[in-house]
Design a protein around this ligand. Structure first.
Ligand code: ZN
Length: 400
């Protein structure tokens, strides 16, 4: 047996063995910092104080042992931080993005039975799916009747679900048979088969003829099909026809004039220090003729001539050019909504350009029908102008 060079009488094998014992787990740290502890003490019994000391010393000469010393604590620390970050993410409020309908129109209050209106509102709250879209589906599918009668395709209930969509495709209890449709009513089994049917009123039964259950299931389906990113696409998933999507959105727009992105912009359209709203969204006196009122479909920001205009969110430039009264105007498509920047002095983007939030896209001007330099900023959701102040989160910021 070859004796150790630095420590006559001790073999390499013994050194290695001692080092391995010393470096096990947390004791590796203790051994390297000289703070011998419990398990190192056990090693003492086997090979003695001196040997342990030498083993540690020798170990430092070998690259392998270096890794042995430093990797376990590093891995431990890595695992600890991973767990910590996971826990923080788990308990962080998730920034849900969706679309919420505004307050009901007079027409909505007349048309939608109040006991159902509260269901659409409750489903919107849970799933971030606009209540007016849910109400439009109920209106088109069943005219707000829990049991609209036998459907030619075998759809069932208040929201006219196909039995397999309600129960899950592989649920043996589900049959899309127009003459004898059958569906599952056990919420747990439905969930296990990936169906959308749910028991929203808590009576233990997932019943498509129960408006609570049916509306919540529809909201669940729309959310699962990306309503928060693209309402059109999600509605298309409900019934695969463009005319159907148009019809639902048409009806939805009669129930409320606003559909608000339930998300705030990543940034303001001008630098924060010049962000001053000189004319809010909504009805206002005509600036040219005070005897008339007009609907102002955006906000005016009275920033100085030449102030940089910024994209409020990531998107693609839809248009950049002259638009009558709006003068030089840029429209950015953000997928589920569009933003409009008008009365510009100049634009530095082209249609098709990709922009990210905060990108300079042009400069404040007074082009078109304008009484002085300002930026007109608008937010359009599915053809409906929404209040940009809500979208920009400016109300919360200003403490109003
Ligand atoms: Zn304006």
């Amino acid at each position: 047996m070859k004796e150790n060079d630095t420590n006559p009488g001790v073999t390499d094998v013994e050194v290695e063995k001692a080092a391995r014992v010393a470096f096990r787990g947390a004791d590796a740290v203790a051994a390297t910092t000289g703070m011998a502890s419990g398990r190192v003490g056990a090693a003492k019994k086997i090979i003695g104080d001196k040997l342990l000391e030498k083993a540690t010393e020798t170990a430092f000469k070998y690259k392998d042992y270096w890794w042995g010393v430093f990797i376990p604590p590093l891995v431990g620390m890595g695992a600890f931080f991973f767990l910590l970050v996971s826990l923080i993410l788990l308990f962080m409020p998730i920034q849900e993005q969706g679309f919420n309908g505004g307050s009901p129109s007079v027409y909505a209050l007349a048309k939608i039975p109040p006991e159902y209106l509260q269901i659409f509102m409750a489903a919107q709250k849970k799933y971030d799916v606009a209540w007016n879209v849910l109400a439009a589906i109920a209106s088109v599918e069943s005219n707000f009747r829990p049991d609209p009668g036998l459907s030619v395709v075998g759809a069932v209930g208040f929201m006219q679900f196909m039995p397999t969509t309600w129960s899950g495709n592989r649920d043996p209890l589900a049959r899309d048979d127009p003459s004898a449709p059958s569906y599952d009513t056990d919420p747990k089994r439905i969930a296990s088969y990936g169906g959308y049917g749910e028991d929203a009123d808590g009576d233990g039964v997932a019943d498509p003829y129960n408006p609570w259950d049916a509306v919540f299931a529809a909201a669940h389906l729309l959310k699962a099909n990306g309503f928060h990113e693209d309402p059109r696409k999600a509605i298309y998933a409900y019934n695969h026809a463009e005319w159907y999507v148009d019809k639902i959105l048409d009806v939805a727009s009669t129930f409320t004039s606003e559909m608000l992105p339930d998300a705030t912009a990543k940034g303001l359209p001008v630098p924060k220090d010049v962000y001053l709203i000189t004319s809010p969204f909504g009805n206002r006196p005509n600036p040219y003729d005070n005897t008339r009122t007009e609907f102002h479909q955006g906000i005016d920001i009275g920033a100085p001539l030449g102030t940089q205009v910024l994209a409020v969110n990531d998107g693609t430039v839809l248009s950049s050019g002259w638009n009558d009264g709006f003068g030089l105007e840029i429209v950015i498509d953000h997928g589920s909504y569009k933003t409009q920047y008008a009365h510009l002095e100049f634009s530095c983007v082209q249609p098709g350009d990709k922009v990210v939030a905060g990108d300079v896209i042009g400069a404040v001007g007074s082009s078109g029908r304008s009484t002085g330099p300002h930026l007109h900023f608008g937010v359009n959701v599915n053809g409906t102008w929404s209040d940009p102040e809500v979208f920009l989160g400016a109300r919360e910021e200003a403490g109003k």
